[in-house]
Design a protein around this ligand. Structure first.
Ligand SMILES: C[S@@+](CC[C@H](N)C(=O)[O-])C[C@H]1O[C@@H](n2cnc3c(N)ncnc32)[C@H](O)[C@@H]1O
Length: 349
């Protein structure tokens, strides 16, 4: 077990350094600790997809899939999906595509913007409730505003900003460059697009539960003339039921999302399942410590908030380390800046 500390250990919750001089913040190395240790209100959910359990087109039995199609699996059985036709599954080609589970025979469909791979896709009568922390991002208004002001406010919680966060994530992802990456809970695809344009990964799967966020991501990509569309697949899926084969993913990034997931344990367990041995998990979230550590009944307060809104409020980086370890991930590290934390862990080889 090793502990590396690259700066002072005192987490400063208010990003006063940033406010005074943002450039200085971006240029200097982080002076916050890096630890390396081995170690509700409910809204209605509906889906526009439909269930079909009998194949309607020529399903090519036993066809060897490659690229993204080789990673995708049924979110119910976790067994491989067979594609009808040969059209690629990248941005701009998903409309009309059909994937069928070899085991339960459920069919999943693509629309103009994305593949719908949630377990409930195709339900006609059944409506599911998701916690507010998930549902709020499904609204057209929040999805539209997300990259047009909403995300920018995260700097007040200590988030360094997308470019800096991207650079930091790239450092953690060095061992898996050239492989595939899932940008989980990608929102409008800010990081998915940076990963694709960097050319550092063979393919990028931009995944989110919100159809409206995926639509925004699609529109941003469409507006960018030189975007490498063939590198990116947009997938609607639930982080608690990932539509990927076990041990098939080289890297999974989740920006500003851990605190939105209704069960972080189930989600991180799923991430651990889909990562290949040695695969890397990188994520950012908030930690409510600093002055908040002195607030009495903080844990009770957290339980109440989580009960109402869903999501999770982290109170220390040790909690995140424990979460990763509990779910079978090792070599936990983290970088702090005020309430912001970037964590990394890997699936043991
Ligand atoms: C704050 S946004 C983060 C977007 C982006 N990754 C970033 O760094 O700005 C959180 C995202 O988590 C997604 N999300 C919430 N619950 C989810 C779930 N159960 N499965 C997948 N994504 C989920 C939301 O739709 C939303 O787009």
């Amino acid at each position: 077990m090793s502990t590396v500390i690259t700066g002072n250990c005192r987490p400063s919750f208010f990003p006063s350094q940033f406010n005074r001089n943002p450039d200085r913040f971006l240029l200097r190395p982080f002076t916050v600790p890096v630890f390396t240790r081995s170690s509700t209100p409910k809204l209605r959910v509906s889906s526009t997809a439909f269930v079909e359990t009998q194949p309607t087109g020529p399903v090519v039995e036993g066809k060897e899939e490659s690229g993204v199609a080789n990673v995708l699996a049924c979110p119910i059985c976790y067994d491989p999906l067979t594609r009808t036709g040969d059209s690629p599954l990248c941005v701009g080609s998903t409309s009309g595509s059909k994937l069928q589970c070899n085991t339960c025979k459920k069919a999943y469909f693509g629309n103009e913007t994305h593949l719908d791979l949630v377990a409930s896709s195709g339900s006609k009568q059944y409506d599911e409730s998701m916690p507010l922390a998930t549902e709020i991002f499904r609204t057209p208004m929040v999805s539209f505003l997300y990259e047009r002001g909403w995300r920018q406010n995260f700097i007040f919680g200590g988030f360094p900003g997308p470019e800096k966060e991207f650079d930091m994530a790239k450092d953690y992802l060095k061992p898996v460059l050239g492989g595939n990456i899932v940008d989980a809970s990608c929102g409008s695809g800010m990081f998915s697009r940076l990963f694709a344009k960097s050319g550092l990964f063979s393919s990028v799967i931009a995944l989110d539960y919100s159809d409206n966020m995926l639509r925004q991501c699609y529109e941003f990509i469409e507006k960018d003339e030189n975007f490498p569309k063939e590198k990116v697949t947009l997938v609607r899926a639930d982080i608690s039921r990932l539509p990927f084969k076990s041990s098939s993913v080289d890297a999974l990034h989740a920006g500003a999302a851990l605190h939105c997931w209704s069960s972080t344990t189930t989600a991180v367990a799923e991430i651990s399942r889909v990562l290949r041995p040695g695969g890397v998990f990188v994520a950012t979230t908030y930690i409510l410590d600093g002055p908040f550590a002195f607030v009495p009944f903080m844990r009770t307060f957290r339980q109440n908030i989580m009960g109402i809104a869903g999501g999770h409020i982290f109170l220390s980086d040790r909690e995140l380390e424990d979460l990763c370890r509990t779910c079978g991930l090792v070599d936990f590290t983290c970088i702090r800046n005020a309430g912001f934390v970037m964590i990394s862990a890997r699936k043991c080889s």
